[in-house]
Design a protein around this ligand. Structure first.
Ligand code: UD1
Length: 417
């Protein structure tokens, strides 16, 4: 049986919490190292389930991984088995990032075609178009996507219809070893992509413009093994910021980059939080009761879709009505029914949630449908009357190292069974 997190709503959270490296950077950085033989080291690696799944992908491809604490060593051999099988892609769709790196390194890649997932349809057409522009050819047989680059990959002008994070990353990895210059237009600007570019430059890649809408990559012949520290996880940091806010607490989040959470912090200030920031820390003091505020998710530097459920949990107890618009995923409000069991008053119409703030929530058993919604339900439990039991905990484990321990160290009445 799946484990459960039990949380009893109570007083304000207080104290300090440290965050680790970003899930959405490290998963790709583990694949980036496949592009060159040798021993690589990643530090500040979070102890989360998705990293373990990506380790299985790397082992399947032929690499050897050793994790000690928050350091991961990957030994990449000269010959790779360029495939990601269905059971791994199903468990973690980020496995599709092997397409670009394996095409670049091996000239071929076989990846189980990802279906939809917890958040909706999630196609990979943009990834494939970008790689096709560089000379890759794809066929889909019996659920397996096979990519090959018969004449080798060549630099190209790549126009993304949407600044997709995954498509930008796949194009980037493919371009690094391609012949000639590539320009990725309408590229995603996420801090995690900048960190992948940083790692690639440390490996010897020639990349410019990351963090802007056009990334230029001059292909190089060779790369070197790398030792890289993963950028802090802004989603983990943001989740603890909301924990402070929803409990009316006073929490310092250490080892984060507040600059990467600008829009999320703007919204937390708008609900009434007092926020102080330094280069790598932030203090969040929550209000007695939050004010309502409208939020719309957008690609970076907009409000992150992966912070939307936590924000809705906070707004569910706000004074007033908020409209939350989800612009990235078609099934991201699936958790709202669970919040409603706790007494939240939320109506969903297409991509909009109308969150009519209630005075209090009431603890009860709820089920986490995905990582961030799972975290949001735990946060709601911090403010609810009585006990909330969240099942589907493995979702939370995918993205948070020791979520229960960290919240407990801030004074939450929380345990896991
Ligand atoms: C990454 C993050 C995820 C985050 C998302 C948006 C990882 C492991 N995951 O996911 O946590 O929520 O960025 O910040 O880094 N799309 C297409 N065709 C494509 C690719 C994407 O239509 O080929 C659509 C998707 O269905 C979605 C939107 O574009 O609606 C955004 O997707 P994308 O930016 O690619 O997100 P991911 O890289 O999958």
């Amino acid at each position: 049986m799946d484990e459960a997190i039990r949380v009893v709503g109570g007083g304000p959270l207080e104290g300090e919490v440290r965050v680790l490296g970003a899930k959405n950077a490290v998963l790709k950085q583990m694949v980036t190292v496949l592009m060159v033989e040798g021993r690589h080291t990643l530090t500040n690696v979070p102890g989360i389930l998705d990293v373990s799944i990506m380790q299985e992908v790397l082992e399947h491809v032929g690499a050897t991984c050793v994790r000690e604490g928050n350091t991961l060593r990957v030994d990449v051999p000269s010959e790779l088995n360029p495939e990601a099988p269905l059971d791994l892609v199903r468990r973690m769709r980020a496995s599709t990032i092997v397409l670009g790196s394996l095409l670049a390194r091996c000239g071929e890649a076989r990846v189980a075609f990802p279906g939809g997932d917890d958040l909706g349809a999630r196609p990979i057409d943009l990834h494939m178009k970008a790689l096709e522009a560089m000379g890759a050819e794809f066929s889909l047989d019996h659920g397996v996507l096979t990519g090959s680059a018969p004449g080798g990959l060549r630099g190209a002008e790549i126009d993304l219809e949407f600044p997709s994070v995954g498509a930008t990353e796949n194009a980037l990895l493919a371009a690094v070893l391609a012949r000639g210059t590539s320009r990725i237009h309408n590229a995603a600007r996420e801090p995690e992509i900048r960190d992948i570019c940083c790692q690639l430059r440390e490996m010897g890649a020639d990349i410019d413009g990351d963090g802007t809408a056009t990334i230029t990559v001059n292909g190089v012949e060779d790369l070197q093994p790398v030792a890289h520290r993963v950028v802090p996880d802004r989603l983990e940091a943001g989740t603890y910021a909301v924990a402070a806010a929803i409990s009316g607490g006073n929490v310092v989040v250490q080892d984060c980059v507040p600059e990467h959470l600008r829009m999320e912090l703007v919204k937390l200030e708008a609900v009434g939080c007092e926020i102080e920031t330094g280069g790598d820390w932030m203090r969040i003091v929550g209000p007695d009761r939050p004010r309502a505020v409208d939020v719309a998710t957008l690609p970076y530097p907009g409000f992150h879709t992966d912070m939307q459920p936590q924000m809705v949990a906070l707004l569910s107890i706000a004074d007033g009505t908020s409209v939350v618009t989800e612009n990235l995923y078609d099934a991201r409000f699936r958790y709202v029914g669970e919040l409603a069991r706790m007494g939240a008053d939320i109506g969903v119409e297409w991509q909009h949630a109308v969150v009519r703030g209630v005075e209090g929530l009431s603890g009860c058993p709820v089920i986490a449908p995905d990582i961030r919604a799972g975290a949001a339900l735990v946060l709601a439990g911090l403010r609810a009357d009585g006990e909330t039991t969240v099942t589907g905990v493995s979702h939370i484990d995918r993205g948070y190292e020791d979520f229960v321990g960290r919240l407990s160290s801030l004074g939450a009445d929380i345990s896991r069974s």
